[in-house]
Design a protein around this ligand. Structure first.
Ligand code: KG4
Ligand code: ZN
Length: 397
């Protein structure tokens, strides 16, 4: 069967077509995991350039762009999949219904409903965060299957709107065991970037700046030896605060709280005050910006990694999935790998670590197609009434 998928939850307009060959018996977990997926076409149109002047996503503008882009991208996608001349090219439509910006979600849903009427095919609505979880199995431009997965699974979902730890004890059964109490980590990256005068979306910009500074400190350490004050070999942030780079030290909110929740709003405000104080004595130069970016990234990632490691211990996790836009962050990847490498040495503690391919860390419709198809099979091909599909901005897993 051919699946057309639509993603419009924020500022990326995504449409893709996949061909799915189901396994022999439908309805069970095994049939879904044995299914073979082939990407026929995948397009994402980013609206970044439109939102840059606003320093973030402006919902009304995003909606207008989705409405303009959807028919153009559909035509392109059908052409690339060589289906443009078919009368009934598609067997199932999957569309994101939340969480996200309601006005933009509605554009995707309305578009899906129109196509559904035209082609007389069912619509499956999909939770965007479930899509991010399944993004780790996708191979763009290739055939792929969902492999056998060892349980329990822990998923760290990190994006512009979400920061959550999800426990998965059985197939497609999700329990949020921890989440941010205020800002999402990607949102904090974006806001701090804005304070530093970096363009939207700030995550990759902060990361680039931080990475350069980290490299620089490593070079200094190699040259002067690990005892150089402020070197990277300082075991924790408290020590680095007494170093020559001491001026810049940021808090790690909720690092030692007993639960698995996060908080990034205090960290963001700490950066705001830090910049204000620096501005009182000197101009915020490029070097100081890089030091702030590095310390902010270290603090934010330390919070994510610490709670993830704690959850791995408590729930005896066998598979760790890290997904969402922030999973593209190099420092997060490296720090997460350190946890799983340490566990690999302990008998019976080996953890399979899964990240999405770099090009699918951000929002895309392929992940919506996979999650939609798997739900379609799980629900024994029962789909919601077409007119009942609606946008739910704060939809939970
Ligand atoms: O999943 P996503 O594309 O959209 C949402 O569902 O929100 O995530 C976007 C978020 C943005 O906040 C962006 O700044 C952040 O992911 N991001 C990063 C990096 N790449 C994207 N944050 C930190 N480091 C990165 N390399
Ligand atoms: Zn997302």
């Amino acid at each position: 069967m051919k699946i057309l998928s639509i993603e419009t939850s924020c500022d990326d307009t995504g449409i893709s077509i996949m061909e799915v060959h189901p396994a022999h018996s439908d309805g069970a977990r095994e049939s879904a995991t044995n299914a073979s997926f082939k990407v026929l076409a995948n397009n994402v149109s980013s609206q970044i350039s439109i939102h840059i002047p606003h320093g973030g996503v402006f919902p009304a503008l995003a909606k207008r762009e989705h409405i303009k882009n959807l028919p153009i991208i559909l035509e392109k996608t059908l052409k690339e999949a060589e289906l443009e001349k078919e009368k009934n090219p598609i067997d199932l439509i999957t569309v994101t219904c939340g969480p996200g910006l309601e006005p933009t979600l509605w554009t995707g849903i309305t578009f899906a409903q129109e196509l559904s009427k035209q082609w007389k095919v069912p619509i499956m609505s999909v939770n965007h965060m479930e899509g991010h979880i399944f993004s780790v199995f996708i191979k763009d431009k290739k055939k792929f299957e969902i492999p056998e997965i060892k349980y329990p699974i822990l998923s760290l979902l990190v994006s512009g709107g979400h920061t959550e730890l999800v426990l998965i004890k059985k197939w497609m059964d999700y329990k949020i065991i921890g989440e941010t109490l205020d800002d999402a980590v990607g949102e904090a990256f974006d806001k701090v970037a804005r304070m530093l005068g970096l363009p939207y979306p700030g995550g990759p910009q902060i990361s680039k700046l931080a990475e350069k500074e980290r490299e620089h400190l490593k070079e200094v350490e190699n040259f002067l030896g690990p005892r150089f004050p402020g070197s990277l070999s300082q075991p924790d942030h408290k020590k680095s605060s007494t170093s020559s780079h001491a001026k810049i030290s940021l808090p790690r909110p909720m690092l030692h709280s007993k639960n698995f929740d996060f908080s990034f709003s205090g960290l963001k405000t700490a950066v705001l005050y830090l910049i204000r104080d620096i501005n009182l004595i000197k101009k915020l130069d490029q070097k100081t910006k890089a030091q702030i970016a590095l310390e902010f990234e270290n603090a934010a990632i330390e919070c994510l990694v610490h709670k993830t490691a704690k959850a791995i211990e408590k729930y005896k996790i066998k598979t760790l999935i890290v997904a969402g836009g922030v999973s593209a962050n190099k420092h997060l990847k490296n720090e997460i790998k350190k946890i799983t490498t340490a566990k690999a040495g302990q008998a019976g503690s080996k953890i399979k670590l899964l990240f999405p391919p770099k090009e699918l860390t951000g929002d895309n419709s392929l992940m919506i197609g996979v999650a939609g198809y798997l739900n379609y099979i799980k629900n024994k091909k029962k789909v919601p009434e077409m007119d009942s599909v609606k946008a739910v901005g704060n939809l939970r897993l």
